[in-house]
Design a protein around this ligand. Structure first.
Ligand code: NAD
Ligand code: ZN
Length: 348
């Protein structure tokens, strides 16, 4: 079968021919119907090097996948060949306290996971291929009616990650509150929809690209602001001087982290989603009183079920641009160049 593989750190992915996977006991092979292209893949290609994470290339890219059950290994029950499914992406050990309740991203026994701290497309072969081997059937989540794999794929990361982040801050997003999303690309435009549909907060979108701001407005953002030197001030003006109760920084550079602090309200949350490599000096008088600064990583399996439900009911709908497998490098180029609309989904 054809697969888009990352051959080494600091390299471009290659479309190559590899063996079609065969499921062993407890495993499932999924025929891919949609594989989302995430900006994290660009970080894998250009920013990571040996030692940054406990795994290495080569592997097939694509950690945001959905499709249909193709083959079941011995002992797998509760799934049927042909059934539409999403793949839950973070693969933990399956037996620690965290994994047992479906919170694999924070697996406490990484040595017992298929690959420590990763999953398909992150150290192991992912979904930018005709088929993906899922090493544990518990990661295969049936799709609710009304959701096809192309729309479901982005929900497993571009949906699940901001959903988890927003959910952590729900108690600060009462009527009268304001949420700011910095970077309204793949994750951010879905994040705006999640905020609008699960909270009463006023939503302000910030991006450097006009097209991204237009998409955020289509997604329900109350205000869309270009990212620049005066942005924090504009956010303060728009909030009666108070600032934003919750800031989701989906970029994570020095510039956006500084903007996040400057725009945040006292007792607010600044949640770092993006892997932009920025750092933020935090000191008592350097940030608003009782600002919580936190990182966030992916989401839980129960949260994925909630996101898929929002998707199936049309309450959250990623804007997608589809690409054939051989066009996947072009999808990444468009993402890098800022010409992509919404999320790129590769349809093999
Ligand atoms: P994307 O390329 O689709 O979107 C990024 C957006 O940020 C673009 O619209 C871009 O124009 C905008 N942007 C860039 N610089 C900006 C600035 N200075 N101010 C405002 N906006 C700016 O990327 P994506 O796939 O949505 O991923 C976003 C980030 O989140 C990446 O760093 C990715 O690696 C990371 N990520 C983190 C997790 C997690 O679990 N924490 C999960 C998935 C992705
Ligand atoms: Zn991702």
């Amino acid at each position: 079968m054809r697969a888009l593989r990352l051959p080494a750190w600091k390299s471009e992915p290659e479309l190559v021919e590899i063996d079609q996977p065969v499921p062993g006991p407890g495993e499932v092979v999924v025929r891919i119907g949609g594989a989302g292209a995430c900006h994290s893949d660009l970080h894998l290609m250009h920013d990571f090097e040996a030692g940054a994470v406990p795994w290495n290339p080569p592997f097939t890219l694509g950690h945001e996948n959905a499709g249909w059950v193709h083959a079941l290994g011995d002992g797998v029950t509760g799934l049927e060949v042909g059934q539409p499914v999403a793949v839950y992406g973070p693969w933990g050990c399956g037996t620690c306290e965290r994994c047992r309740v479906g919170v694999d991203p924070y697996c406490e026994n990484p040595a017992g996971a298929p690959v420590p701290g990763g999953g398909g497309g992150l150290g192991l072969d992912g979904g930018m291929a005709e088929y993906e081997l899922v090493p544990d059937a518990r990661h295969v989540v049936p799709l609710p009616e009304g959701l096809d794999p192309v729309d479901a794929a982005p929900l497993t990361d571009a949906g699940l990650t901001p959903y988890h982040a927003v959910r952590r801050s729900w108690h600060k997003l009462a009527p009268g509150s304001t949420a700011v999303v910095i970077g309204v690309g793949g994750l951010g435009h879905v994040g705006v929809q999640i905020l609008k549909t699960t909270t009463a907060a006023r939503v302000i979108a910030v991006d450097t690209r006009e097209e991204a701001l237009a998409l955020a407005t289509e997604c329900g953002a109350d205000l869309a602001l270009p990212s620049g030197a005066g942005t924090a001030e504009e956010i303060r003006r728009a909030t009666g001087g108070r600032g934003a109760d919750v800031v989701l920084d989906c970029v994570g550079t020095d510039t956006t982290l500084r903007l996040g602090v400057a725009a945040a309200r006292t007792v607010g949350d600044l949640t770092i989603v993006g892997l932009g490599g920025g750092t933020l000096p935090v000191s008592f008088f350097g940030v608003p009183y009782e600002l919580s600064v936190q990182t966030t990583y992916w989401g839980s399996r129960p949260e994925l079920a909630e996101v898929l439900d929002l998707g199936a009911r049309g309450l959250v709908r990623p804007t997608t641009t589809t690409f054939a497998l051989e066009e996947a490098p072009a999808a990444y180029r468009q993402m890098r160049d800022g010409t992509l609309r919404g999320r790129a989904v590769v349809v093999p």
